[in-house]
Design a protein around this ligand. Structure first.
Ligand code: PGA
Length: 252
């Protein structure tokens, strides 16, 4: 059985004080949620404070990106080692906003993925098609390309240590959630790509989260589908009571 994961991607929201307040408020609301793993991803500046506030709880802390080099002349960048030092256990990679706003390629995602694994962080790697790609019937082709390049040269053991997030770009921040059926079809495709590469055991182990306008009202329908192992939540992860409702309703 795969344990579901509910991860909150805060994007460029929350100061240090706001992050700490959020974690303190969330802790008691999800203290009894043993059915899933809970992750919050604050902006870089609040990582350390959020990790300190979460210590001893069932809440893990992720960063939203990192550079692939361990150190170097990369103004404005942060390394995987720095994330570990700040108390992170996970890192989101390849989010569509990084791909769009910072021109990240599948090859960049692959370098980051290997660097995260090398550093001992658990990567949550995002893939997903745009509206134009879906409407022109290219969803499968896009996912296949993102998979073959982004996850190139990963061993089955490495696959067993990562999470994937299927995030259709047209569903992010738009209020337009993919139907559970649409999401399940893409999850099944991604799982079968893992299976083709690494075999059924690894394919059955990997957690694939859905992301894109997940809210307390739609989480149940999504996780009820076989193959949807939780959610990567943006907007609805910014309020502790909403996020807690998603966590507590993700029991399937
Ligand atoms: P959303 O964002 O829940 O606000 O659509 C999801 C994401 O970007 O991970």
């Amino acid at each position: 059985m795969r344990k579901p994961v509910i991860a909150g991607n805060w994007k460029m929201y929350k100061t240090i004080d706001e992050a700490v307040r959020f974690v303190r408020e969330l802790r008691p609301l999800v203290a009894r949620a043993e059915h899933c793993e809970i992750i919050v991803a604050p902006p870089f500046t609040a990582l350390r404070a959020a990790a300190d506030a979460a210590r001893g709880s069932n809440i893990a802390v992720a960063a939203q990106d990192a550079h692939w080099d361990t150190e170097g002349a990369h103004t404005g960048d942060i390394s995987m080692r720095m994330l570990l030092d700040a108390g992170c256990t996970h890192v989101i990679l390849g989010h569509s906003e990084r791909r769009q706003d910072h021109w990240e390629t599948d090859e960049d995602v692959n370098r980051k993925l290997k660097a995260a694994l090398g550093a001992g962080l658990i990567p949550i790697v995002c893939v997903g098609e745009t509206l134009v790609e879906r409407e022109s019937g290219r969803t499968e082709e896009v996912l296949e390309r993102q998979f073959s390049r982004g996850f190139d040269a990963l061993t089955p053991l490495e696959f067993s240590r990562i999470m994937m997030a299927y995030e259709p770009v047209w569903a992010i921040g738009t209020g337009r959630t993919a139907t559970p059926e649409m999401a399940a079809a893409s999850h099944a495709q991604l799982r079968s790509l893992v299976g083709d590469r690494c075999g059924d055991v690894t394919a059955n182990q990997i957690r694939i989260l859905y992301g894109g306008s997940v809210k307390p009202e739609n989480i149940r329908g999504l996780v009820a589908k076989a193959g949807i192992d939780g959610a990567l939540v943006g907007g609805a992860s910014l309020k502790a009571d909403w996020f807690a409702a998603i966590v507590n309703d993700s029991r399937g």
